[in-house]
Design a protein. Sequence first.
Length: 236
Amino acid sequence: MVIPAFSVSVSATASNATVYALPDAKSFGVASEDQKGLMFLGMDRNADLKGICFAMLKQAESNIPYADVIATTNNKDFRMHALRPNIRDNTKEVVCSFGTDAFDYLDNLSKSSMSLVSIRFNGEQRHFSFNTSSFSKLLTPSGAKIAEQAADDYKRGIRSPVFNNKAPSSVTENKDRYALSDQKLNEIWNKLPSETRRKLLPSQREWIKQKDTCRRDTECLTDMTNKRIKILEVAR
């Protein structure tokens, strides 16, 4: 399967059943009903089909590089083990399943018009509903026509959700606030007299450990940092 050449043109809209071209992944996908998830074909560098992948907004909190995928089509349930190839990407989550289980699912999906998908990350779960009435045709002899239509849509400016979404502005703003707070704290710490730093070092180390409870939540980290800044300012 080869994706034709693409060029950016005007913006356009799409329906929930629309098949999207994903040039960066050398693939095609379909968005979930709520537009917060994306199912797409797992392709290798040669654009050969290897499995099925799912992308979604917001990365899971789990640091385990695996996930379980429970998928239901019109007539069958499937359970697949999946990898998380971009676990360090804070803007989105991607899980991919390859091998026999994935191909069994794809084979059944080619005859299905819908799929309910639950992805489990060590306790955390994400649920999506996909209209696969068009996407499933990619897996049939008529798939070339669907791919060509998706390529044409891409040229007209139609882009998939998730892959082309920027991080929400609130997330970006929180990161910026945390960066400024962290910078201010370091400046205050470095200006403290050496004897004061020596006395504060045990509590500073304990504070650093406590930051782990925020689990990368920048709002939480900013709050903790600002409180620590007040303590250091008093120590000056």
